[in-house]
Design a protein around this ligand. Structure first.
Ligand code: 1HN
Length: 337
C-alpha cells in the first residue's frame, strides 16, 4: 500500500467506526474567530405589526395559546431562532384576553412595546405592564398573561430556547389541574416573585437621563444601562443580558464589535445602524439583529431608545466574551478569574 492508500484506508475505517481524524479539519473544530451562520436581519414594524394585528382578527388567544410571531433569522431554516442562541417574538394580547399559565426550563423576559394595563402573572403574582417595562420570567417560573384593560398590548418576548436546545435539557409543564400529568419534581421550586424582576420604564428612564446629564455618553453605545439585579449586581437571567440605550439626537457612534450576537428593539425614535456594509434604517417597533463579531455603529436622527438582548450573560460565564472598540485592542473578559 502507498502512503495515500494507507491513509485513506485509515480514514475509511475511522469513518465506519464513527470517528474523524482531527488533523484533517483542525480549523473546522477550532476556528480562528467566529464565522456566524446567522445574518444581519431587520423586521420592520411596518410589516410585523400588521401581520400581528391580522393574527388578532383571525386567531383567538385560546387557539394560539400565545398569539406570537417568531422572528426567524433569514439564514436559518423555518422555526429557527432569531440569533444562534436567542428568540425574539412579538406578542399581541387584546382586551379581555388571557394566555394560560405554563412553565418551562427556558429563561424569558418581556419588553412592552405598546399598551398599558395588562398583567403578566409570574408565580401567581400579577405584574402590571406599561410601555418600556421589562419583566423577567426565569426558568421554571409559572407565567400567564391577562388583559383586563381596554388597550391592545404588544410586547417582545425574549427567550433562550436555542441554548436549552443545545443542552437538550428542555422541560415544559402545564398546571396539574389542566389534566396534564406534571412531573414530580424535587428541588428548588421557583414559586415566588422577586420585585427586582420588574424593571419599570420610569426608573430606567430616570437612570438614563442621569447618565445623559452627566455628559459622558459611551462612544459606541451612547447612554446605556445594563438591567441588573441590584442584590447581586449581575444579570437576572443566567443566559440573557438586557440593555436599555438612549441615543441623543444626532448621535454618531463609534464602530464596535463583540462576541455576543445582539437583538435590538426600537422603543422610540429613528436612526440607522450600519453593520459591515449592511444598512438598517430603523424606527419605532423595529427589530434587528447584529451577528457575533461583526463591526457595527449606530446613528440617531432623532433621540432614540433601544432595548437589546444578547447571550453575553452566558458568554461571560463561559469566559469567551470579548469586545473591540474601533481599531482599539480586543478586550477579553474574565479569563484571569
Ligand atoms: C412563551 O412561553 C411565551 O409565555 C412567549 O408568553 C413566547 C416563544 C417560544 C416558546 C415559549 C409566553 C414564547 C414562549
Amino acid at each position: 500500500m502507498t502512503d495515500e492508500t494507507a491513509l485513506q484506508n485509515l480514514y475509511d475505517r475511522a469513518a465506519a467506526a464513527h470517528m474523524q481524524p482531527l488533523w484533517v479539519n483542525t480549523k473546522g473544530y477550532v476556528p480562528r474567530e467566529p464565522a456566524p451562520a446567522i445574518v444581519t436581519a431587520h423586521w420592520p414594524a411596518d410589516t410585523s405589526i400588521p401581520l400581528l394585528r391580522r393574527a388578532g382578527e383571525i386567531v383567538s388567544s385560546e387557539f394560539a395559546d400565545r398569539r406570537v410571531l417568531v422572528c426567524n433569522n433569514p439564514a436559518l431554516p423555518p422555526f429557527s431562532p432569531t440569533t444562534q442562541t436567542l428568540y425574539a417574538c412579538i406578542q399581541l394580547l387584546l382586551p379581555g384576553e388571557k394566555a394560560a399559565p405554563h412553565r418551562h426550563s427556558q429563561n424569558a423576559l418581556r419588553f412592552i412595546l405598546q399598551g398599558e394595563g395588562a398583567d403578566t402573572i409570574v408565580n401567581d403574582k400579577p405584574v402590571r405592564l406599561r410601555r418600556g417595562d421589562v419583566v423577567i420570567t426565569p426558568a421554571w417560573a409559572w407565567h400567564g398573561h391577562v388583559n383586563t384593560s381596554n388597550n391592545d398590548m404588544v410586547w417582545i418576548d425574549g427567550l433562550d430556547n436555542a441554548v436549552l436546545k443545545l443542552f437538550d435539557a428542555t422541560f415544559f409543564e402545564l398546571p396539574p389541574h389542566t389534566g396534564e400529568i406534571a412531573n414530580e419534581v424535587v428541588g428548588p421550586a421557583n414559586t415566588g416573585f422577586d420585585p427586582d424582576w420588574h424593571f419599570k420604564w420610569h426608573d430606567t428612564e430616570t437612570l438614563l437621563r442621569e447618565q445623559q446629564a452627566s455628559g459622558d455618553p459611551d462612544a459606541a453605545h451612547g447612554c446605556r444601562r445594563r438591567l441588573l439585579d441590584p442584590k447581586t449586581n449581575s444579570d437576572p437571567l443566567p443566559t440573557i443580558a438586557a440593555h436599555m440605550t438612549l441615543l441623543p439626537e444626532g448621535f454618531r457612534g463609534q464602530s464596535y464589535r463583540s462576541s455576543d450576537s445582539v437583538i435590538y428593539v426600537v422603543m422610540s425614535g429613528e436612526g440607522r445602524t450600519t453593520c459591515e456594509g449592511e444598512v438598517i434604517d430603523w424606527k419605532e417597533g423595529d427589530i434587528f439583529t447584529i451577528p457575533t463579531w461583526k463591526r457595527y455603529s449606530h446613528q440617531a436622527s432623532s433621540e432614540a431608545v433601544l432595548f437589546s438582548i444578547s447571550d453575553r450573560a452566558a458568554q461571560e460565564k463561559l469566559r469567551c466574551w470579548r469586545e473591540q472598540r474601533g481599531d482599539g485592542p480586543v478586550q477579553i473578559f474574565g479569563l484571569s478569574g
